[in-house]
Ligand binder design. Sequence first.
Ligand code: FE2
Ligand code: FE2
Length: 168
Amino acid sequence: MGLFTKDIKTMDDLFVHQLQDIYYAEQQLTKALPKMADKATDPQLKQGFLTHLEETRQHVKRLEEVFKMHGTEVKAVDCPAIDGIIEEAEETAGEVADKAVLDAALINAAQAAEHYEIVRYGSLIAWAKQLGRTDCAALLAKTLEEEKATDSKLTKLAESKVNLRAAS
Ligand SMILES: [Fe+2]
Ligand SMILES: [Fe+2]
């Protein structure tokens, strides 16, 4: 089902489509985060990636619950946007020789993924509320909070330490 095949007719269709999109994205992130943790040099950054990996596994499970609450089949659709973000992260990481600079690049890549998730969850929550699905909205909101917290932890880590080391 794509945006141009006109399979999405109602807001409910759109909600389900974007659920399938973020479900795919979260699954891809559970594969990407261990690789990012491997590449990170800063111990706090490495641990941060591993902590978010655990949270991301929960995000996948929560989405499965939302599908069930909604009464829709648990299904993923390809999300070229997250594939692009992950691909770019891997490419950039392969090009950065200095370990401290690599940490700064990894934070940047991770934040691109978090921002993508924040946008998607933000709309999903708004649509769920509009559709009268406050149960779905509440569960999705738990994930959104974790994405936002991860994003701000990454900013703090970059500004307090990683960027300084990368620039020295
Ligand atoms: Fe997530
Ligand atoms: Fe995330």
